[in-house]
Design a protein around this ligand. Structure first.
Ligand code: HPA
Length: 271
């Protein structure tokens, strides 16, 4: 595994002339930020050795290296999901590769269902913490000490400094943001009314099918992490007639994406 990661990182290093400081993972319908990157070098996943290929609509599947807010970045347009059938090592492979490219900050974004009754469709939520509800763990198996410790402390995963900066930027731009806990589970089914209720009782504010494995691996490697969810649908466990479709999730994410991008751009400029 480690050999494959290094091989992929070496391949990418030959293609780029910059050293990215920050990686941004763009979730469903949130790929727009990638188009704001200047001096860009785009590399399709299918052309990258050892990379899985994303199979979901709305995930175009490429890395975009270049400049954003004056900083060297790499954006991932499209991620890999556990529900696609990949194992946890594949779902987080890119985060390992980023480490060997010298990336220090990871920004993650996702589309999520709102659990907190105060949240509305189209809200942005800064992730303050997460609950790992996946049936598999990305760090299970042999630990490579050169990457990180066997038993990572998870007390401070989401960087509080970055959260403060992001809130300030949102404030000054007149963008309202929520803050809360993201729970990640396997999917691909959305939750039953009882599962939505259970997640709320757990203490989660938003639910989705990604992010948590990537964040665990990034944290294991000592990266600084910032995460944002777009609330694409409200869970209404007492009103199960409100159906949620993938199209709706993508549409809402796409319409909120410019606001999220402004916050992320501002944050990168101040990192
Ligand atoms: N549940 C899980 N994942 C999601 C949802 C949801 O309601 N909305 C967008 N991604």
């Amino acid at each position: 595994m480690l050999e494959k990661i290094k091989q992929t990182a070496d391949f990418l290093k030959q293609k780029i002339s910059i050293q990215p400081e920050t990686a941004i993972i763009l979730g469903s319908g949130l790929g727009g930020l990638g188009n704001k990157i200047t001096d860009s070098v785009k590399i399709k996943y299918q052309d990258i050795p050892n990379f899985p290929v994303s199979t979901v609509a709305g995930h175009s599947g490429q890395l975009v290296f270049g400049k954003l807010a004056g900083k060297n970045v790499v954006a991932m347009q499209g991620r890999f999901h556990f529900y696609e059938g990949y194992g946890m090592k594949e779902v987080t492979f890119h985060v390992r590769v980023m480490y060997f490219l010298g990336v220090k900050n990871l920004i993650v974004s996702n589309a999520a269902g709102g659990l907190n009754p105060k949240f509305n469709q189209g809200d942005l939520m800064i992730i303050t913490d997460h609950i790992n509800f996946f049936p598999e763990h990305p760090l299970r198996g042999k630990n490579f000490e050169e990457l990180g410790t066997r038993f990572p402390d998870m007390g401070k995963v989401y960087n509080t400094e970055y959260i403060k900066i992001a809130e300030k930027i949102a404030n000054s731009e007149g963008i309202s943001v929520q803050k809360g806990v993201y729970i990640g589970s396997s999917g691909p089914t959305l939750e039953t009314p009882s599962e939505y209720k259970m997640f709320r009782i757990f203490g989660a504010d938003a639910t989705g099918m990604s992010t948590v494995p990537e964040v665990i691996v990034a944290h294991h490697q000592g990266m600084k992490i910032f995460g944002m969810s777009v609330i694409t649908n409200e869970s209404e466990p007492d009103n199960p007639n409100e159906e949620t479709t993938h199209e709706e999730v993508q549409d809402v994410a796409g319409s909120v994406e410019p606001k999220m991008t402004r916050i992320i751009e501002g944050l990168i400029g101040r990192m």
